[in-house]
Design a protein around this ligand. Structure first.
Ligand SMILES: *Cc1c(COP(=O)(O)O)cnc(C)c1O
Length: 445
């Protein structure tokens, strides 16, 4: 048990006096829900059921829940197709020819970018490759990529295959940074010194903005600055950061980023990914890039000319016309974020996450079970995720929680991930979780 009191400011105000003895009764939790205006968003989602009750759904970091408005949004596009056929590209509620433009505002809000720096397109790993084509440009002895050890496998496959594509050797060109012995998360100073050490051999820093396994949020501003200092570019995979933590990618000078929209962004399984490219890389004609007709000057797209004239925005990286049926729900989901605001959501997310953390500490104290949270305790080093190790009984605990209606996820080798998502999780969910966790542990100990 990594103990210690949790900073009182994080507690919902009603709980500050009681600190570690926070009250996890359903009545207290309901009062917290009633007091928070953002609680109203929960009713805009379908909550999966278990034994006739709402599940305690804590996997919004894996697949976000379905907004109730999703089906209607899809139906609008099916109707447009039915009524207009090919003319739907230019007619209907949202003509498909510039369909992707609907997303720029929401994506700019979430990334802290300018609207010309973001675009929704393709799938995440596809976009990671497209961006690496442009931003991993090994030359002379500057060939190395710095990444985190145990990155999400798809990211590692992408990095290794890109290095091979450039005839490099992943054994020397991929630097994978691990936490210090006995620690679970990376220290910013260690990332900075790895960057300095690689120096003029470093071509690129490419890391997850929020680590999928530990839930650690990296200091993207400091890492980007350290990369620039040695002449390297810096990109982030924001799969677990988008819709979770506020960012200022433009101001921080991040070179590029990509994400998916089916996790915290609630846009549906396999839904469209997105990219961010800093303004300084836009409008260049000599940048290496794999190109397609949807990146070509919009006014001339249908002139069917042989030569490519890139759009002077991140849209230049688009290849194909918009997968409208895949994207329709994305608009609904982004509108919810624009309405709530990512800063307000993070603030609620911090309170929910602290409440879940305190609930786990409380159960560990009451039962004597060995529970260890590997997610950082500092709010600026995490978002809405708690990764829990239950030493020796993790898998059993996970299975018992699942049987009791808690939807969490298990990630090999031994972590239970839980995400209290501010758009639809409630304090009541977490009070119920507290009771179930205690019950499951008492049963098996
Ligand atoms: C979820 C996730 C992926 C998934 O990639 P897809 O191309 O969307 O299948 C990749 N990388 C990270 C870091 C992820 O969290």
């Amino acid at each position: 048990m990594r103990g210690g009191r949790i900073s009182c400011e994080l507690y919902p105000p009603q709980l500050t006096d009681r600190a570690m003895n926070a009250d996890f009764t359903l009545d207290t939790a309901r009062a917290l829900d009633v007091a928070d205006p953002l609680s109203r968003f929960r009713d805009q989602f379908f909550i999966p059921q278990h034994d006739g009750e709402d599940c305690i759904y804590l996997t919004g970091n894996s697949l976000g829940l379905q907004p109730r408005a999703a089906a209607d949004a899809l139906q609008v596009e099916l109707d447009s197709w039915r009524e207009h056929g090919v003319e739907g590209h230019f007619r209907g509620a949202h003509p498909w020819a510039d369909y992707h433009e609907r997303f720029a505002r929401g994506l700019a809000h979430l990334t802290g970018a300018q609207e010309n720096e973001v675009v929704a397109m393709n799938a995440l790993t596809t976009n990671l490759h497209l961006l690496l084509v442009s931003f991993y440009r090994p030359q002379g002895k500057r060939r190395k990529i710095l990444a985190e050890a145990k990155a999400f496998p798809s990211d590692r496959y992408a990095l290794v295959s890109q290095i091979r594509f450039h005839h490099g050797d992943p054994a020397t060109d991929l630097i994978e940074l691990s936490p210090r012995p006995g620690e679970h998360t990376l220290r910013t100073v260690d990332i900075e010194s790895a960057i300095q050490q690689a120096g003029d051999e470093l071509a690129l820093v490419m890391m997850g903005g929020v680590n999928y396994y530990t839930g650690q949020r990296l200091d993207m501003r400091t890492i980007t600055a350290a990369a620039a200092e040695v002449g390297a570019l810096c990109g982030f995979d924001l799969a677990h950061a988008m819709g979770n933590v506020p960012m200022s990618l433009h101001e921080w000078g991040v070179d590029f980023a990509c994400w998916c929209s089916y996790k915290y962004l609630n846009s549906g399984p396999g839904a469209v990914s997105g990219i961010y490219v800093h303004e300084r890389h836009l409008g260049l004609t000599d940048i290496p890039r794999f190109e397609g007709w949807w990146g070509h000057d919009k006014k001339r797209r249908f002139l069917m000319e042989p030569d490519f004239h890139p759009i002077a925005t991140a849209e230049a990286w688009q290849l194909s016309n918009a997968p409208v049926l895949n994207m329709a729900v994305h608009a609904v989901a982004l509108d919810q974020f624009l309405e709530a605001g990512i800063d307000a959501l993070r603030e609620r997310g911090d309170r929910l996450t602290a409440y879940l953390e305190a609930a786990i500490h409380d159960v560990a104290e009451r039962t004597g079970a060995e529970l260890e949270i590997i997610t950082p305790t500092e709010v600026n080093q995490r978002g809405s995720q708690i990764s829990l190790l239950a030493h020796g009984f993790g898998r059993q605990l996970f299975d018992d929680l699942t049987a009791a209606g808690v939807v969490a996820d298990w990630r090999e080798p031994n972590v239970i991930r839980m995400a209290p998502v501010p758009l639809y999780n409630s304090f009541s969910d977490l009070a119920r979780f507290h009771a179930i966790l205690q019950h499951c542990i008492l049963k098996s100990h």
